[in-house]
Design a protein around this ligand. Sequence first.
Ligand SMILES: Cc1ncc(COP(=O)(O)O)c(C=O)c1O
Length: 468
Amino acid sequence: MDKYILILHIIRLILMIENRGKGSYKAINIKVEPPGPRAKEIIERDEKYLVRTTKSLPVVGYRGKGVFVEDVDGNVFLDFSSGISVTNVGHVNERIRDAVEKQLDRLWHFAGTDYYYREQVDAAQALTEITPGKFAKKVFFSNSGTEANEAAIKIAKAHAGKQQFIGFIGGFHGRSQGSLSFTASKSLYKKGFFPTMPGVEHAPFPDPYRNPFGIDGYENPDELVEAVMGYIEDYMFKMYVPPENVAAFMVEPIQGEGGYIVPPKSFHKKLMKLAADNDILVIMDEVQSGFGRTGKFFASEHFGVEPEIISLAKAIASGIPMGATVIRDRLNFAASGMHSNTFGGNLVASAACVETIRVMKEDKLVENSARVGSYFRKRLEELKEKHDAIGDVRGLGLMLAIDFVTDRRKKTPAVKLRDQIEMSLFKKGLLTLSTGVSSIRLIPPLIVTEEQIDMGIEVIDAAIGESL
Ligand SMILES: Cc1ncc(COP(=O)(O)O)c(C=O)c1O
């Protein structure tokens, strides 16, 4: 081996050992009030050089391990946000790191849509094996959730030969012009961007807690589902959306950005039946709810449905950018070149995806999500008993949220209080993200333990107590 390469390898090994030693955390440790001086300097430069995006908390990550993240000032945070449900296997998982490293030593990029390589095929096969439905499937790879949905839209249009679609109020599907036309969780996302893709109408989503029908969906779930189905059939289909023109519904099994809204159990089966009866496809957007988050590999499984088009991204390669559209074989594009891209199925992302699935199965992370998720929920229900400001605790597995209200009976959203609590949690060393109108989502990596949940609960309890 060349002398210089050997020296480089040794330096890399030393750095690796150094980082590994420092990356084991057991508890929250706030040394300086965040954001500290180093964080402030980076945030200032971020504002100077980066285009404005969402940015909800002034936390500047430096390194992480498992469920903890250290910021640039040496503060250690308990991470109940998982990079928006991406690092489901935990931060810096050694096995995925090794798989990526091995791939980096071999080949990085090789035009996966024009040439061939094993890694992409392995990732596609693994995805077809774990997604719901025993039927033959195919995968289109991209780099993000919005691209996975763009591909789904084109697949539906190409197969059905129709151009009309139906999305759901409260849904979030991305921000590129096609996906954006379905997104309906905040009008801000669309403000100034019309016209988006034409031909998308929206139906109400059966939100058991707050819905336009005034139905208590926890008490009367079937009545709520009937109200939504009736709205689609009696108003949309009869008055302004001819079903013969509709290519597909696009729907999340559980709404993510809309507020972690779990619809009644019968909803998705009824929707799939309505779609099948009218020769309409269903695009199931599992970008946020997929990959073990809800205590099953895919949230669709809770509802007993096997969608023919599933959009995936976020956790599928543990943070290496990757999107995937998994479709039933029969929906394949009719001709080569109808859809394609440069980076989809990139070798490094494919290697990370294959290893992520292996780790999730071998370490039983889906089972852990269900078990620790139900413990977490029980603890959150206890907090609800204690604090009147919590109006609702909802979610499945480790996809949980608490909704803050100023009046429990009227369910009036307490937006300011929610924002205050999110900031207070951060200052105390717990990372969370807001969602919906007045909720905070709680989505730790799926490796989280009950002890770590207790740690988080203690912080949430204190933050709510102090904010009232
Ligand atoms: C359900 C759902 N679909 C699509 C997207 C868009 O994914 P991306 O931000 O990777 O484009 C998101 C992102 O939060 C999402 O939650």
